[in-house]
Design a protein around this ligand. Structure first.
Ligand code: HEC
Ligand code: CU
Length: 483
């Protein structure tokens, strides 16, 4: 035999032995009997961040210190809520241990708090997931220990009566139990958690919003959010990646009521560890996450852009806040995605573009600012809110804000034109550029006058009155084009 052949043969044998030994060590690994060597204090992270992978070669005692706080936090711009937290954030801090580890869990209830709390970790084998062992009044600390026996991604939550209320107020988070052999390395890992908020005020109503038990029982949340905030995407908590990287999202759904149809707009999950377990499903568009459940998704991002995480029960996303942004930077790859290649007028056979038939609406005629605001508000809710949001805040990077909009306040005609003719091209609103397409709105002069008057007198704008005659004039002029 030549040297080469020898090499190949021994190479193969060695490879096989490694594979066999790998299988065997997996089979023989018994998390209940793993020897505990040494101890360490767990690194806990705030969302959307995840502690680093575990690279020890042994099981250890992991000390988790988690403090419960009760503090007012922002739920949306101008909307505040008394959050009960695990570790000072909603969702609570992320914990990462490994199969076989012995977890010594310390729950501290801050002396300034008003209520007792506890914790039920779905990663625990034992009564209440630790709830009974951790019932803690303000100014107390409790401790219990559990062995992490089952690898997977698990929810934890408060289980103090009334449980629903403690969960609805923000008491949940995720704990990852890595399999003994570790997870496959990826480029980016993030922590995302969906949950609902039940407030006394309607969606977008400003000020401190108390919890509303009735709407919670009816399962009618005003807010459905990721990571405790409407349209979560603030820059210091950004979820980012570079084109070509593989992203792993640890996604939890705290509920307390709704099942999530988790989807990332513009991506396909290459792998889904559905229900947070050990099995993998491939090539998934949308995955279900039950209330009190979790899932791990992995996907390679190919081209740059903004990818919006949503609950694909889309009214929750576009009207209740269940959106977060994954920003991907890097090189375009035309082999994967070209962007728009053509845009031109489409004339179906037989002539002009048809208007969609519209049912006859009786429009009450208005004259005063107050009347126009009242009627305009309804049109806003029916037509504009879907893109510009109920509170006029828009969606960063996609739909410009109408709230305190300098574009709107400086020159009302441009905005009337946007509604009657549509608007496209790069515009700057409050210092941010937008380059989208607002379709022409099929509204008559009276309706346009009302809706613009409503906007001018809402969302912190400068006031004003628009009449149907002014709208008629702008309708007869050329559309406003930016630049
Ligand atoms: C389908 C989504 C969509 C709907 C519905 C929509 N808009 Fe827009 N709107 C946009 C986009 C996108 C832009 C930015 C266009 C650009 O980048 O050139 C915009 C821009 C504007 C602007 C100018 C920029 C600013 O922020 O001040 C105004 C005013 C406006 N829209 C008002 C309205 C009103 C009033 C309605 C309802 C009658 C409405 N829009 C409905 C998507 C929409
Ligand atoms: Cu609690």
């Amino acid at each position: 035999m030549t040297n080469m052949r020898l090499l190949i043969r021994y190479g193969l044998v060695a490879g096989l032995m490694v594979i066999l030994m790998g299988c065997e060590s997996r089979k023989e690994f018994n998390p209940e009997e793993a020897e505990i060597i040494g101890e360490e204090v767990a690194v806990l992270t705030f969302p959307p961040h995840v502690p680093p992978p575990i690279d020890r070669d042994h099981a250890t005692k992991v000390i988790v210190n988690l403090e419960v706080t009760e503090e007012v936090m922002e739920l949306a711009d101008g909307v505040e809520y008394m959050m009960w937290t695990f570790g000072g954030s909603v969702p609570g801090q992320f914990m990462r241990v490994r199969e076989g580890d012995m977890v010594e869990f310390h729950l501290m209830n801050h002396p300034d708090n008003k209520l007792p709390h506890n914790i039920d970790l779905h990663a625990v084998n034992g009564p209440g997931g630790g709830a009974e062992s951790t019932f803690t009044v303000p100014g107390q600390e409790t401790v219990f220990t559990f062995r992490a026996l089952n690898p997977g991604l698990y929810i934890y939550h408060c289980a103090t009566a009334p449980i629903g209320m403690h969960v609805a107020n923000g008491m949940y988070g995720l704990i990852l139990v890595e399999p003994w052999e570790g997870l496959t390395p990826v480029d980016k890992e993030y922590y995302v958690m969906q949950s609902e908020f039940y407030t006394e005020g309607k969606h977008g109503e400003r000020g401190l919003q108390p919890f509303d038990m009735n709407s919670a029982i009816k399962e009618e949340p005003e807010y459905v959010v990721f990571n405790g905030y409407v349209n979560a995407s603030s820059t210091d908590e950004a979820i980012t990646a570079k084109a070509g990287e593989t992203v792993r999202l640890f996604v939890g759904n705290a509920g307390p009521n709704l099942t999530s149809s988790f989807h990332v707009i513009g991506e396909i999950f290459d792998r889904v560890y559905y229900e947070g377990g050990s099995r993998v499903q491939e090539n998934v568009q949308t995955t279900t996450i039950p209330a009190g459940g979790a899932t791990t998704v992995e996907f390679k991002v190919d081209v740059p852009g903004e990818y919006i995480l949503v609950d694909h029960a889309v009214f929750r996303a576009f009207n209740k806040g269940a959106m977060a942004t994954l920003t991907v930077t890097g090189e375009e790859d035309l082999n994967v995605f070209t962007g728009q290649q053509l845009k031109r007028v489409y004339q179906p056979e037989g002539g002009a573009i048809q208007e969609l038939p519209r049912e006859k609406r009786t429009i009450p005629s208005a004259s005063t600012v107050e009347e126009r605001v009242e009627y305009g508000q309804r049109i806003y809710a029916q037509v504009c809110q879907a893109c510009h949001m109920a509170d006029g805040s828009g969606i960063q990077g996609a739909f410009p804000p109408l709230a305190e909009s300098d574009f709107l306040n400086e020159h009302t005609d441009r905005s009337i034109s946007a509604v009657v003719h549509g608007l496209s091209g790069e515009i700057t609103v409050n210092g941010e550029t937008y380059n989208g397409v607002m379709p022409r709105q099929n509204l008559n002069n009276e309706e346009v006058a009302n809706v613009i008057t409503f906007i001018l007198n809402s969302f912190g704008n400068g006031g004003g009155l628009v009449t149907p005659d002014e709208v008629e004039q702008i309708r007869n002029q050329a559309p406003y084009t930016p630049g």
